[in-house]
Write a protein that binds this ligand. Structure first.
Ligand SMILES: [Cu+2]
Length: 381
């Protein structure tokens, strides 16, 4: 099983490598060396355990032949359980403190607090259950380990105990689920409202494309059949709201502004993941999805808060979508309204010169303006 998993992972890595023949061959031999190494390591470990078992067995038998008691396996198992409890609890504590402190900084979106509350509540509740049940489980195995001095009490069935351990978890889980359901409903409500800033986020292997609305505040519609090298997203220019759309390289968001992401995918399923904003939404080919949120902390503020001058928010892909999935990310920058206005005024139109040629557009002004201009000409004549 281990060899199988390793083989799979290695092959996945090999896919991402450049296609040059010699590199591929070298990768392949490296992959097999890797697999052989782990298979061998596994066999050696199994062999050592088997030898140790045999030695103990021989020792046990010689003790018995000499009329001695032999190894008390019940005590060995009991002590192993006690050691496991102490080491395991320390491991859990270490993980919680050391790795727990590597978790994300303060939520940078209006809804983020609600998600964090839910996460903290669930963690505290499960932590209590975890500590109590582990102590009971391994503690009992140690304290009441097999002994000649006492006899185990036979308890075939007890309705009261059954009721307690069915009803208590059911009630706690129901509370958690209902609490989660309402939070989810609030967070996932992405109905469009006046004043929302709609931004197109399109995933493809292996990058995100961004499109901002122009002065009209509206994004032109998409149609995948219209996709060409110059019209990467398949924007439909029959609709006049498409003409002033802008393409951008960085996801710049004005702080305290309601942002509505229009999420698309062009090949396989990707997933828009912005952990600092506690936001994740799948990007599904043929099915536009949306996520509405309000960023509350600017990048500059977060740099101060995290004491990290290089801090940047990031947009990741959270669906394993192929060989270069790991590198599918974009910088997200939260700025003041004034900074946003300045930035957006510098963005290039989606309708590039190349695309204008392709669409045989002599004049790329919105249809209305072109018409007005020709009308004026007609009047002058
Ligand atoms: Cu992806």
């Amino acid at each position: 099983m281990a060899a199988f998993v390793l083989l799979g992972t290695n092959q996945l890595m090999a896919q991402a490598a450049p296609a040059a023949a010699d590199t591929a061959a070298a990768d392949k031999s490296a992959m097999w060396t890797g697999v052989a190494y782990y298979v061998l390591l596994f066999l050696v470990a199994s062999f050592c355990v088997a030898i140790l078992g045999k030695i103990l067995r021989v020792f046990d038998l010689t003790q018995k032949m000499q009329g001695k008691k032999g190894i008390n396996w019940s005590s060995v198992m009991g002590v192993c359980c006690a050691i496991f409890l102490v080491v395991g609890m320390y491991g859990a504590y270490w993980s919680l403190t050391v790795q727990g402190s590597m978790s994300l900084p303060e939520a940078a979106s209006a809804h983020g607090g609600a998600i964090d509350n839910m996460f903290t509540t669930t963690t505290i509740l499960t932590l209590i259950v975890f500590v109590v049940t582990q102590i009971l489980l391994f503690g009992f195995a140690f304290v009441y380990r097999g002994s000649d001095k006492r006899k185990a009490y036979f308890l075939p069935h007890n309705n009261t105990i059954e009721k307690i351990w069915t009803i208590v978890p059911a009630v706690v889980l129901t509370i958690l689920v209902v609490f989660g359901f309402f939070t989810w409903q609030k967070v996932e409500n992405s109905t469009e409202q006046k004043g929302d800033l709609n931004i197109d986020v399109t995933g493809h292997q292996f990058a995100w494309e961004l499109r901002y609305p122009g002065a009209d505040g509206k994004l032109g519609p998409l149609n995948f059949r219209l996709t060409t090298p110059a019209n990467k997203l398949g924007v439909d220019f029959k609709d006049r709201s498409s003409f002033d759309d802008l393409s951008a390289d960085t996801l710049v968001l004005p702080v305290h502004q309601s942002v509505r992401l229009n999420i698309h995918a062009q090949d396989v399923i990707h997933s828009v993941y912005m952990p600092h904003f506690r936001l994740q939404q799948n990007a599904v080919p043929g099915l536009p999805t949306f996520f509405k949120f309000v960023p509350t902390i600017t990048t500059a503020e977060m740099k101060r808060k995290t004491d990290n001058p290089n801090f940047e928010y990031l947009l990741y892909c959270n669906k394993i979508c192929g060989g270069a999935h790991y590198n599918m990310q974009k910088v997200v920058r939260v700025v003041s309204q004034a900074e946003y206005q300045e930035w957006i005024s510098k963005q290039k139109p989606y309708l590039s010169d190349q695309l204008k040629k392709e669409l045989h557009l002599a004049d790329a002004r919105p249809a209305g303006q072109v018409k007005a201009a020709s009308n004026r000409l007609a009047l002058n004549n």
